[in-house]
Design a protein around this ligand. Sequence first.
Ligand code: FMN
Length: 260
Amino acid sequence: MAHSTGYTIGFAALVCVVCGVGIASAAVALADRQAENKKLDQQKQVLAVAGLMQEGETLKPDEVKKRFADNIKPEVVDLKGGVAAQGVDPAGFDQRKAQKDPAQSREAPPNNAKVLRLPNNALVYKVLKDGKVDTLIFPIEGYGLWSTLYGFIALDAKDTNTVKGITFYQHGETPGLGGEVDNPKWKALWPGRKVYGDKGEPQIAVVKGQAGPAASDAYRVDGLSGATITSNGVTSLVRFWFGPDGFGPYIQHSKAAGGK
Ligand SMILES: Cc1cc2nc3c(=O)[nH]c(=O)nc-3n(C[C@H](O)[C@H](O)[C@H](O)COP(=O)(O)O)c2cc1C
């Protein structure tokens, strides 16, 4: 039996409305769970760069939360002042959201990492060991070839100079080329390297070709082969975040306070 044109259009419209309502409801209903999963993923990344979660180790959500709560103390830092920001609860602070909000961020000065905006406050993670701050974990980001790379870098709190780990949790570089930033073997080249040179300038660099071992070639890390542009991006972004517009002032204060 043939239906009238009006029936066909009406039926199609009804299907669209029903599907639209379904998708919208799912998006609303799942928003909280998505936010929770995002938070959990960040916690996993922080644990990994702190060396508190091994490569390939799988943990249940509750185990991640517990390990994080037992070992990590987040701190919101006033980037310019280099001290803890007063009255900002780290649990509710989203640095990437703040960075996009004109009221909570400013234009970044021109820089090689191609960071466009700087949040007024940033989220640093302190790793505690026997009640003392053992490691400091800093969020980092900057442009590679195709994309902004987002990650974390960990420094030894005793000298605020020796790298303990690096990880990127989001980027759009080419798998097998710039995407090798995710290769555990490349990440394993970072611990033991030094960030700051004798004059207090960030000196660490991802070089073209191979670097020596950390003990004798502390400021250089092997380049990613076929991906010099991503490698240079990593150099720029690490130097930027440890420089005067990034965590430089905070690190100066931490040093003065004896790593507290
Ligand atoms: C499809 C395609 C994807 C590429 N992806 C990357 C990349 O993710 N990162 C990168 O630095 N270079 C990438 N390159 C290579 C760059 O264009 C450039 O040749 C390279 O960075 C130079 O590095 P090299 O001097 O180590 O060869 C890509 C090239 C092609 C054709």
